[in-house]
Design a protein around this ligand. Structure first.
Ligand code: ATP
Ligand code: MG
Length: 307
């Protein structure tokens, strides 16, 4: 059994190591979920938001993190965990958690269209020509027994005029009161400003951060889990402090950069036959093309003495 040679891999990944190069590369390129303590904490808070009884005053959440930190990945995981399919005569679908993308134009009709799109109601099924009405949205969400609406890229609202922004916040307040759903806003740090002009809403949003990675045990574990999920035939010695220093230094601690660099190095290792990622492989410029952190992140980290 060649599987025994791949004892550096978790058992469920070992069979993948037997696949040919292109299949393994496709696997590396696919989306995956790697657990880490901070994500578990955020998921825990999201579960609390989900579990609260319906009331006129629902606790809402604002999930904040730099671009590429893994916010969308996290809320999709939350969505998957909470999806409910009841099979009986036909399939009856509930959607307790709805994840939608904030439209760039934050008007009521646009927002409602986007919301209905997120629950898979095509415009033709809304029984209305043109913009969906509030009543349609209320009916659909009540049928799906929606408890939480997650609005990804809430920061888009900042592109609108102050007056449009105020109107949009009124709409959010209405949704939350009328439907008794909890809202989860997701966005980059500037998103906090979006809620400032509405005192009532602001006081109902709990803030939750997804901070950039720093060197340390948590990052080492994350990187180790990530490399374990990739079907390389040899063990990769990348749990050393100098590797963590390199990863944090080059990415500003952004998850996207860390994952992409390791995935590219893994693909290169399959192509070259090296079958392992090490410090030297991660120093190659090819691994880092286009992955430098946004300058703002670096500046902020340097000011706060973390960079
Ligand atoms: N838990 C995770 N496991 C594996 N990969 C992850 C994880 N979190 C993030 N990533 C990687 O980081 C990339 C960026 O994540 P994501 O798109 O969720 O960031 P984001 O915070 O939503 O960014 P933006 O604000 O730009 O939308 C993902 O495509 C994936 O490669
Ligand atoms: Mg995102």
């Amino acid at each position: 059994m060649r599987d025994a040679e791949w004892s550096h891999l978790p058992e469920d990944v070992r069979p993948l190591a037997a696949l040919d190069a292109e299949q393994r590369i496709a696997h590396i390129r696919a989306k995956r979920w790697v657990d880490y303590p901070h994500a578990a904490r955020v998921l825990g808070r999201l579960e609390e938001i989900y579990a609260q009884p319906r009331s006129e005053r629902m606790e809402n959440l604002l999930l904040i993190g730099q671009s590429g930190m893994g916010k969308t990945t996290l809320i999709r995981k939350f969505e998957r965990q909470s999806s409910v399919v009841i099979k009986g005569v036909g399939t009856f679908r509930l959607q307790p958690v709805v994840v939608m993308l904030m439209p760039h134009d934050p008007t009521g009709p646009r927002f409602f269209s986007q919301l209905l799109k997120a629950v898979g109601v095509p415009p033709i099924d809304t029984f209305e020509v043109g913009a969906p009405r509030e009543s349609t949205v209320l009916r659909v969400l009540a049928e799906l027994q929606t408890k939480v609406i997650v609005i990804d890229e809430l920061n888009s609202v900042l592109a609108a005029s102050p007056r449009q922004q105020r109107r949009f916040l009124q709409l959010l307040r209405w949704l939350s009161n009328e439907l008794r759903v909890a809202l989860v806003g997701v966005g980059v740090p500037e998103t906090r400003h979006a809620l400032l002009s509405d005192d009532q809403l602001r006081s109902r949003f709990m803030n939750l951060d997804l901070p950039e990675w720093e060197e340390g045990a948590e990052l080492t574990r994350f990187v180790t889990r990530l490399i374990w999920s990739l079907p390389l035939r040899g063990p990769s010695p990348i749990d050393s402090p100098r590797v963590m220093q390199l990863l944090v230094g080059r990415t500003g601690g952004i998850t996207l950069g860390i994952c992409k660099a390791i995935e590219r190095a893994a693909i290169a290792a399959i192509r070259s036959g090296a079958e392992r990622v090490d410090y030297g492989a991660l120093q190659s410029q090819e691994v880092w093309d286009g992955l430098e952190p946004p300058p703002a992140t670096v500046r902020r980290r340097q000011r706060s003495g973390r960079g």
